[in-house]
Structures are given as C-alpha cells and as structure tokens.
Design a protein around this ligand. Structure first.
Ligand code: E4P
Length: 215
C-alpha cells in the first residue's frame, strides 16, 4: 500500500520524506489555510520535495470553474492531481479533465455508489473519508472495503485513497482491506513508527553493551 502525507506543511513533508516511505501528498483548502501562505507557492514547494502524486483541490462550485482551476493547477507541475468534490458538477469536471489528460482525485466520498460514479466519470483516485464517517457512528472502513470489492469486481483502475485517517488502526485496516493508498497526517506517521517494546529493547541493548569488555 502506498502512503501519502495528508498535510500542506512543508516542514513536516521534508521531515517525513527523509524516511523513504512517502509516495505522495494530499492537501485540501483547510490544510492550505492553516499554513497562511499563497496556495500555488505551497503546492510548488511540495512538488519540489516529493516526487509523486500531489493533490491540490479546486474551490469552484460549478463544473466550468472547476475545470478552469484544474487546468491552472495542472500547469504547476506534472505530478499535480486535481482534487474535485463529489457532486454532479464535480463529476462533469472530472469527465472533462479525463478528456484533457488531467488526473483527478474525487474527494468527500462517503458511500460506495459515489465511488462507482467517480470511477465511471474517469477519476484517477477516490478519497473515502473514514474518520468523518466514524465521527457520525458509521463504520468508515466498511465503505472502503465495499469500494475495493466493487472496483475488483469490474477491474476498475481508479485507486482508492483512504482519507480522514485519525490513527494507526485506520492505516492497518486500510492495508488489510486492500486499499491502494492511505493518506495520513504527520502525527499518525509518528505513531506508526513507535512501539514501547522497541524503546525498551533499545534501552536494554544499550545497557548490556556497557558490560562488554573493551568496547
Ligand atoms: C484528504 O484527502 C482529506 O482532505 C483529509 O484526509 C480530510 O481529513 P479530516 O477529516 O481529518 O479533515
């Protein structure tokens, strides 16, 4: 499973990319707003750090506006994937983007039928939001599992990005479901690295090493 970082913070992206485990980055308007920087500047900088798909989201609500934004965003870098919300206007824009050779990530997916439609319109990626579903007492990962099954049934090439990831269990379950990608906050990446037994083990090795004569 590929791992994307779900942030627009270039400090975190630089740090995480050194680990050699990050395959791409996803951003959204909220994550961009947190950084207080020019949108295109941030996206350009992210593209210079990670050599993989970088999602940048449109904010227009009509397909014409979305398509125009998609063209502009796709000019920033060859790795840009245009993120488009799951609406009827969004589907129209995705379909036009496919015709224009622009890759898209259909976002705010909360039901397998939405993922089916997005794939049929030509989305390169779909982003089901597991955390936000869990928040309203719906089992988010169940939606992911059903999307993966549907895509498998028909050999659909659209890749599933598990989004709205809140903890390491979400990542584990995403991998178990056979999702293609999980996009994770920097904090979850750090949680995945750590295990108390690893820390205890390191401490024991270091303590024992002090007893080795002539070290
Ligand atoms: C990524 O594509 C999404 O925009 C992001 O994962 C949403 O996460 P949140 O529900 O924690 O805001």
């Amino acid at each position: 499973m590929k791992l994307f970082l779900d942030t627009a913070n270039v400090g975190q992206i630089r740090e995480a990319s050194k680990l050699g485990v990050i395959d791409g980055v996803t951003t959204n308007p909220s994550l961009i707003a947190k950084e207080g920087r020019d949108f295109k500047d941030v996206v350009k900088e992210i593209c210079s750090i990670v050599d993989g798909p970088i999602s940048a989201e449109t904010v227009a609500e009509d397909s014409e506006g979305m398509f125009k934004e998609a063209i502009e965003l796709s000019k920033i870098h060859k790795n840009i994937v245009v993120k488009i919300p799951m609406t009827a206007e969004g589907l129209k824009a995705v379909s036009r983007c496919r015709g224009a050779g622009i890759r898209t990530n259909v976002t705010l997916i909360f039901h397998p039928n939405q993922a089916l439609l997005a794939a049929k319109a030509g989305a390169s990626y779909v982003s089901p939001f597991v955390g936000r579903l869990d928040d309203v007492t719906e089992y988010g990962m169940d939606v992911v599992r059903r999307i993966v099954d549907i895509y498998d049934n028909y050999g659909i090439m659209t890749e599933v990005i598990v989004a709205s990831v809140r903890n390491p269990l979400h990542v584990l379950e995403a991998a178990e479901c056979g999702a293609h990608i999980a996009t994770i906050p920097y904090s979850v990446l750090q949680q995945m690295i750590k295990h108390p037994l690893t820390d205890i083990g390191i401490q024991k090795f270091l303590d024992d090493w002090k007893k080795v004569p002539g070290r």
